[in-house]
Design a protein around this ligand. Sequence first.
Ligand code: BG6
Length: 512
Amino acid sequence: MSTAPPPEQEANPLTEGLERQPVHATALVIFGVTGDLSRRKLLPALYNLAHEGALPEHFSLIGNARSEMSDHEFRELARTAVREFSRRPPDDKVLEKLFERSRYVSGSFDKDSVYEGLTAKLGEVDEEAGQALNRCFYLSTAPEFFPVIVTHLGEHDLDDSEGAEVRVIIEKPFGTRLAEARELNEIVLSVFEERQVFRIDHYLGKETVQNVLALRFANGMFEPLWNRNYIDHVQITASEDIGIGTRAGYYDNAGALRDLVQNHMLQLLTLLCMEPPVGFSADEVRDEKVKVLRSIHPPTEAEVPEMTVRAQYAAGNVAGVDVPGYLEEPRVPEDSSTETYAALRLEVDNWRWAGVPMVLRTGKRLARKVTEIAVTLKPVPHLAFREDGSEGVRPNVLVLTVQPNEGVSLSIGAKIPGTRMAIRPVQMEFLYGSAFMSQSPEAYERLILDAMRGDATLFTRNDEVEAQWNIIDPIIAAWQKAPGPLPQYEAGSQGPSQDDGLIGGIREWRMI
Ligand code: BG6
């Protein structure tokens, strides 16, 4: 009896490149390991990866910060951070094992002794493992140290390792203006090759952000509608109820535009608007994203006032608690003109999207935290129902909720039960929580693992980060020319009322 040979698997361009690379044995060096980001996000992410068995068998953590500390004290600091901030209560055995061989090098980032210390400790971990471990340098420091650290890594020959890969992970913000981002790219790329560089935008590590790609490219039904003929406008909202907390030092120099729009919100826009990539390799995806960014015409100085809105929160009440205004926050100058709210209207000027308003808004101390992309379709061309029956007919809105209540909903018009032909919108909904019954990993878990694997799909490429700044730079310049006191909005509200005209008369901002 002969058996037919198994049918040859056809190459599927959608999944090609998605096969996960194994995670090679790695030494992870975190600069600024005692900082907030490291304690709240990075160390707990490592723990959760360890808990899931996702870390390689040989994994070593080396921390660096200015404080003097022994290896033993560092291990305790790492365990405490995990206990305090991990999304799952830690299992002592896993926790103990994860950090049992972690090491610490103290000293400020400009000291040669730090890099000499790192070289020695990296040598030790290679020896212990009996192989050359890949090396990942994670720059979790204030941005002014990025060039300092990168240059020193180069000077101490830490940009390369025989028989192993070396990678550098760079936190945001990547520059504060276009010129600065270019300069930083030049410095980074004078030491490392682009394939070694992983620029973080933590939104790309969120499940729901990746789901924008799944929704668009794993379902046939949206593509025919995904263009200027059917889509009326897009609203992307990233509202927060929190204030700036203790971050005045950073935030007052950044503002909402740099803090969230230049990076996270433009990333959401590119994923929503990009053409289907031929495959899902890092460069195929990023090539398409860059094309979107380049199709966005940066506003001229004269256009800025009509395309943007900025404002600052005043005192108010958020979820029943009285909170101070931005200018009363600790360490904020009393005449600060930094915006805590920014909204802008952009257009992706290409064949698919020309003429479709893309409006983005973000702010601190708004009514609630919600990040969503709302795609409003054009109204039906003709209504045959009698006038009172048509009252409830609204354009369909597809909402991709990034957080909280992660999911996707589509509003459709449905007949209200009864003897009349009356219509109102109802929601068709998919919620992550109930559909998958599992807790999503934190963005940093995915990103750290991908960087260790060498998969840069969810990281920002050099030309991409510059294209983002190219859009934002003229807005910053125009705003700087007209500092003045900014319009205020009450904390806990929907934001300033001045932006009503931004998306045009008939279209309304969605409720936050
Ligand atoms: C950071 C900003 O990049 O993103 C913060 O610096 C902001 O100001 C945060 O609060 C929001 O991230 P998430 O994941 O809570 O939406």
